[in-house]
Design a protein around this ligand. Structure first.
Ligand code: GLA
Length: 391
């Protein structure tokens, strides 16, 4: 599969740039097992890199031109710019991710004294919530690292990728996605404290169970504004708590302290948003402990609880994700199911006995088509390595 993708990509590269590429790269997507909408609140997350992702082939040039082509955006054609030109390209031109990264890396003291050619092909379904944009950011990071022999530390790659998204692209995401894609390892999930950036690779061993990704196939809506609204709401809840409590972020609170101080927030909606951030952080910690103790039943229950909280308190699910997760939760052999990622559309995951996968897919697909009116799609997730140069 990978070989086939690279063969096609080499053909595209040769067709666009007239010679074979010198280097091959891969950057994964991610699923988040639990700890959702906690990463911009100093809480814990538990994501893993997956084997579907973004493939790239590249070569250096001797002049200062950057020439890039994406099989995902063929209508944009070969985009060409001078490596020193920092002006944003019009529209949603995908090479803006490259421009933003060059700016962030220059700010870190790295320099770029020649151009390059790059062809990419992403296999993450669009609008799936599996982090195609972070996958592209880290792909470009490892490309630049290799072509310019920069030797950028991993954490810096992750941080400049997040800043690229926050500053140049303009979405206020947390660090979870870039971190998972930068630090992922096969068969391990990443238990990350987003406040300290301390992390632990935890074996993602689920016995006879697998993770099934269930894609809503909901067309991309303008979800960035709703995402930024949740960021603002939790910030406001925190600010109100800080009038009495000595805390830097919601991730520092236990449930009892939060519950005892909701009068400080004094707004039903903001209380719900804050409660999700606090409770979900605790749930992530409990879930990791359950997985380490091989208590998959408890792990699954916490996954179900996470979905309910994202639905009722955080209100980021919607009919598509609720139908997928709640239907899956009822299927025999399913330990737990929840939305993953930002929400609103995108995907849900289910932890299910491997012998029940086909049954799960049949039941969920039938219910989803009845309620939503079109078909979902399914993939069994394989947990793979983080972004890397392959040669
Ligand atoms: C998106 C963001 C992440 C995180 C999740 C929700 O994927 O990019 O930083 O906030 O949503 O957990």
């Amino acid at each position: 599969m990978d070989n086939q993708i690279f063969t096609e990509l080499e053909g595209t590269f040769a067709d666009k740039f007239g010679h074979q590429p010198a280097h091959h790269f891969f950057s994964p997507g991610r699923v988040n097992l639990i700890g959702e909408h906690t990463d911009y609140n100093g809480g814990h997350v538990f994501p893993a890199a997956i084997t579907i992702g973004t493939f790239g082939v590249a070569s250096s040039r001797e002049d200062n031109l950057v020439k890039v082509y994406s099989l995902n955006f063929p209508d944009q054609g070969v985009v060409t710019f001078d490596i020193n030109d920092e002006e944003k390209l019009a529209g949603n031109a995908w090479p803006n991710f490259i421009k933003g990264l060059l700016i962030e890396l220059r700010a870190e003291g790295y320099s770029f004294d020649h151009g390059f050619e790059l062809a990419v092909n992403g296999t993450i379904p669009t609008a799936s919530g599996l982090s195609s944009s972070s996958s592209l950011e880290l792909l470009i990071s490892v490309v630049l690292d290799r072509l310019f022999a920069l030797d950028v530390p991993r954490l810096t790659m992750v941080q400049v990728s997040q800043r690229d998204e926050n500053h140049y692209i303009g979405v206020q995401t947390g660090i979870m996605d870039q971190f998972a894609i930068g630090f992922g390892e096969a068969e391990k999930a990443i238990y990350l404290d987003t406040n300290t950036l301390e992390y632990e690779l935890v074996p993602a061993i689920f016995g006879d169970n697998v993770i099934v990704i269930m894609n809503t196939n909901k067309p991309r809506a303008l979800t960035e504004s709703k995402y930024d609204e949740r960021v603002a709401q939790t910030k406001e809840a925190l600010a109100r708590l800080q009038t009495k409590l000595d805390i830097q972020n919601l991730g520092e609170l236990d449930k009892a302290t939060f519950d005892a101080n909701t009068d400080l927030i004094d707004d039903e909606l903001l209380i719900k948003r804050g409660r999700h951030a606090v409770y979900e952080n605790i749930r992530a910690k409990e879930a990791v402990a359950a997985l380490k103790a091989n208590d998959l039943v408890l792990f699954g229950q916490l996954i179900n609880d996470s979905h309910k909280s994202l639905k009722d308190d955080y209100e980021v699910t919607g009919i598509e994700l609720d139908t997928l997760a709640e239907t899956a939760q009822q299927v025999p052999g399913v330990l737990g199911a929840r939305m993953t990622g930002a929400g609103f559309g995108g995907t849900a995951i289910a932890l299910v006995n491997k012998d029940e996968v086909a049954h799960l897919e049949a039941i969920v697909a039938a219910k989803y088509e009845e309620v939503v009116g079109y078909a979902p799609s399914f993939y069994v997730a394989e947990i793979g390595d983080g972004a890397k140069a392959l040669d």
